[in-house]
Write a new protein. Structure first.
Length: 185
């Protein structure tokens, strides 16, 4: 009998997340307990660095490759997603800051297409940990950079959602915290 855990097969795409999560900027999330009022701009970096350690521990779990149910990402796949979220949010922040206070438009990001293209399920946990920690470090440094005056600088997502430097940081933190809740991390 072959060892299926050493040679996992493609589990197929997870159920796409098409929800618009911007409501978490104005009210608490009933799932993960995140409260937007608890996040101060100067606290974003610390939350990200704490999350980095918790995700690294998730990747070390023996069940990291196991999908908890059909259509739901494994912890490994969530970690790959969060790595890419860190990069996307950092680039959006840099784009706003490069805009010098003028409205900028974010390119669209299809997270489910990215998951399929990069075959998240095939990630190597040790390699992913290196990439995940680097992505968190870069994002944490980037969100430590804005001055108080820059916090209100605007960015527009392609679907029309409006962000500022401050609300982008809050939105990003929720994503990171919510996925820790997803993986019980
Ligand atoms: Zn949440």
């Amino acid at each position: 009998m072959s060892d299926v855990s050493a040679h996992p097969s493609d589990p197929g795409p997870a159920t796409p997340d098409t929800a618009d999560w911007t409501w978490v900027l104005t009210r608490p999330c009933p799932d993960c307990g995140f409260d937007p009022d608890d996040v101060r701009p100067e606290g974003v970096t610390e939350i990200l660095l704490d999350a980095k350690r918790r995700y690294a521990a998730v990747l070390a779990r023996p069940d990291a490759r196991t999908r908890p149910s059909a259509g739901v990402w494994s912890p490994l796949e969530y970690c790959a997603h969060v790595r890419d979220v860190c990069d996307v949010m950092r680039r959006r922040l840099e784009q706003i800051l490069d805009g010098g206070g003028e409205q900028v438009r974010f390119a669209d990001w299809d997270q489910d297409a990215t998951a399929a293209e990069k075959a998240y399920w095939q990630s190597d946990p040790a390699q992913l940990r290196v990439e995940l920690e680097a992505a968190f470090d870069a994002a944490a440094a980037a969100f430590d950079r804005p001055t108080r005056a820059q916090l209100s600088w605007p960015g527009l997502r392609s679907n029309g959602s409006r962000f500022t430097v401050e609300s982008l940081g809050r939105y990003f933190v929720h994503d990171v915290v919510h996925h820790l809740w997803d993986v019980r991390g």
